[in-house]
Design a protein around this ligand. Structure first.
Ligand SMILES: [Zn+2]
Length: 215
């Protein structure tokens, strides 16, 4: 699954994995699981996570490869959160080809920049108990006031418009490179991500059902 933050790809990955009967492998969950299982690989991951450092691509690839050995992944898996760069996509291709496998489809959940901004920057939380609201999707009954405890609503720095814009400006160019990579490989499946969750899921399922358009 490829998509910008806020495109809803994690939600779709979860639903599609159930529909297809293959595991949803989210890189963040994978790292946490590796750390908890205390394996040698997990201990390596832990060293990076403890420092708040990025887990190197080479290590991430080994963790994913290990996860793909599990019995539930024998028919494939949905990767979510990886690859995020062209170099990662190439490393993933290499690892999969060594296993005699390949990326069958790169589902690209497309959402326009304005809509991403609207989704990502509209979050407000209350000072009393951190109840979460959204300007568009879950507004409070009274503007600026928590429905539950009457405390004031504020925006976390991460959810402010300028922070969100800066984050997208940093994350979108490498994502477009990943999209280009899979377009070149002939396996990109673009779906419009601005519909309801159900509409997007149906679009994905329809696209997957079509015969490969490779070559
Ligand atoms: Zn509250």
């Amino acid at each position: 699954m490829v998509g910008a933050p806020g495109a809803g790809k994690g939600t779709q990955a979860e639903i599609i994995s159930h529909r297809l009967g293959v595991p949803h492998i989210a890189s963040g969950d994978l790292f946490r699981a590796a750390v908890n299982d205390g394996s040698p690989l997990g201990r390596e991951v832990k060293r990076y996570m403890e420092r708040g450092a990025l887990v190197p691509d080479e290590l991430t690839i080994r963790v994913i490869s290990e996860r793909l050995n599990a019995p539930d992944a024998v028919d494939g898996a949905i990767l979510d959160g990886f690859p995020r760069t062209r170099a990662q996509a190439e490393a993933l291709d290499k690892m999969l080809s060594q296993r005699g496998a390949a990326v069958a489809a790169a589902i690209y959940v497309e959402v326009g920049l304005d809509e991403l901004m609207r989704r990502l920057s509209g979050r407000w939380v209350c000072r009393g108990a951190e109840h979460v609201y959204h300007e568009v999707f879950r507004p409070p009954r009274r503007p600026g006031v928590c429905d539950f405890d009457g405390s004031e609503l504020y925006q976390r720095p991460d959810d402010r418009l300028e922070t969100v814009r800066a984050r997208l400006e940093r994350q979108l160019p490498p994502m477009y490179e990943v999209v280009d990579h899979y377009t070149d490989r002939g396996v990109i499946l673009p779906v419009r991500g601005d519909g309801t969750i159900e509409q997007v899921t149906e679009d994905v399922m329809r696209q997957i059902a079509q015969p490969a358009r490779r070559g």
